[in-house]
Design a protein around this ligand. Structure first.
Ligand SMILES: Cc1cc2nc3c(=O)[nH]c(=O)nc-3n(C[C@H](O)[C@H](O)[C@H](O)COP(=O)(O)O)c2cc1C
Length: 282
């Protein structure tokens, strides 16, 4: 196996999974895919300026992402006003990077624009159903990921911020969001202070299927993934999630952590706010 890919695959998917993945020998390491295999999220940044022209370039690249039906339902707001930044960051003291990242852009699903276009062209229609919401959310997510990949390729570090949605009414007020326009995620970015680390993904044995969805060996693959991930980055007992609710587990790993996280759902304020924004989800 090509050693450069092999190393990246091991880092990303674990030793056993990397051996199961096809031999990539002969494929150029300079492909975007090779860089994406090694990508990582960054939450700490230097004070160095991120030039406006670069941010503009990345925004235009993001808005070049694929768009469902060419409806173009993503909009971006860069938050430059320090008072607005502080207001958005205030509810999240556990995520200080929201306030201190050099730059912060909010990626919006914009289901309103299509309605405005219909009105202007004499074909007024509602885009407030599930289809309108979903398409706008997907467009915004594609723009977000396109921005991230281009920014990382330029040496920047990024961290998406979906917790914003937990305070959607505040975000709507601070950013002056009209009806049918909603935040998908914010994005912190700047020049990273360190190399960061590659976050291990579930093995393709679980996530990559051919022809039919299959679940064979799921529990065993998951156990193996947990073990390898813990061996790399052990979770000290003091870092277990919500021990006051769940106790301290003897064996802890990604799956226990995610099960605990999912058992404490967040974002209850988002659906009622979306309905107030006019979405019916029909
Ligand atoms: C849509 C989305 C929302 C996210 N929201 C947050 C967030 O609110 N706060 C945060 O610190 N990280 C957030 N993240 C970053 C993830 O925690 C991170 O991507 C994940 O741990 C995997 O790390 P990696 O991107 O380096 O592989 C988000 C990522 C995505 C894709």
């Amino acid at each position: 196996m090509d050693t450069i890919f092999s190393d990246a695959l091991k880092q990303r998917f674990g030793v056993a999974a990397a051996h199961d993945i096809d031999d990539y020998a002969g494929l150029a390491d300079a492909t975007l895919a090779a860089a994406v295999l090694r990508r990582r999220t960054h939450r700490r940044y230097t004070d160095a300026i991120v030039p406006d022209a670069l941010v503009r370039l990345l925004c235009t690249a993001a808005l070049s992402a694929s768009s469902k039906s060419d409806f173009q339902q993503a909009s971006l707001i860069e938050v430059r006003d320090p008072a607005k930044r502080a207001a958005l960051a205030a509810p999240f003291p556990a995520m200080p990077w929201i306030g201190y990242a050099p730059r912060f852009i909010v990626f919006l699903g914009d289901a309103r624009r299509l309605e405005q276009i219909g009105e202007l062209r004499g074909l007024p229609q509602s885009n407030a159903g599930l289809e309108g919401f979903f398409n706008a959310a997907v467009d915004a997510a594609l723009a977000l990921q396109t921005f991230i990949l281009c920014a990382e390729q330029a040496g920047l570090g990024c961290c998406p911020i979906s917790v914003l949605r937990n305070h959607a009414p505040l975000v709507g007020e601070v950013l002056g969001l009209p009806d049918r326009v909603f935040p998908v995620a914010g994005l912190c970015f700047g020049w990273p202070v360190d190399a960061g680390h590659i976050s291990m993904r579930l093995p393709p044995a679980i996530t990559l299927h051919t022809d039919t969805y299959q679940t064979d060996g799921f529990a065993a693959h998951l156990d193996q993934y947990d073990r390898e991930r813990e061996a790399r980055n052990p979770t000290p007992a003091s870092k277990q999630r919500a021990p006051d609710v769940f106790g301290t587990a003897e064996i802890y790993g990604w799956s226990v952590d995610k099960a605990r996280q999912a058992a404490q759902p967040e974002g209850a304020a988002f659906p009622p706010w979306l309905r107030r924004q006019g979405f019916t989800f029909d």
